[in-house]
Design a protein around this ligand. Structure first.
Ligand SMILES: [Zn+2]
Length: 115
């Protein structure tokens, strides 16, 4: 079931939970909450946790890509290759995997021995 985030509509009002943000696991067919379940203060739904998670991944991907570029610029091919390779394993990113293989080649690795 998806996780939804809520926050108070009235800044400074509400309890410890809704003054910050709180997460509620709800069925997709369930109506969104209009009140904090802890104190009854009016609340509104924020972006879903799922969408937030995707943003985090793309921020991380950008960071990894920049680091790979940096290694490539400095001619540190094996570093670039290892980073791209391990990250592509994690994300199943075939573009990054191809890049890792190219960097391994530039680093002088024998690709056949890598398997
Ligand atoms: Zn509350």
């Amino acid at each position: 079931m998806p996780i939804y985030e809520y926050e108070t509509i009235v800044p400074g009002k509400g309890c410890e939970k809704c003054r910050k943000r709180f997460e509620v696991i709800q069925d997709i067919n369930e109506a969104p909450l209009s009140k904090c379940p802890y104190c009854g203060n009016p609340v509104r739904k924020l972006v879903s946790w799922c969408r937030a998670a995707v943003v985090e991944v793309s921020v991380e991907a950008t960071r990894v890509e920049n680091k790979v570029k940096e290694y490539e610029r400095e001619g540190m091919w094996s570093h670039a290759a290892e980073l791209a390779d391990s990250y592509s394993e994690k994300t199943k990113d075939s573009t990054l995997k191809t890049r890792a293989l190219e960097d391994y080649k530039k680093a002088g690795y024998d690709l056949n021995s890598l398997g």
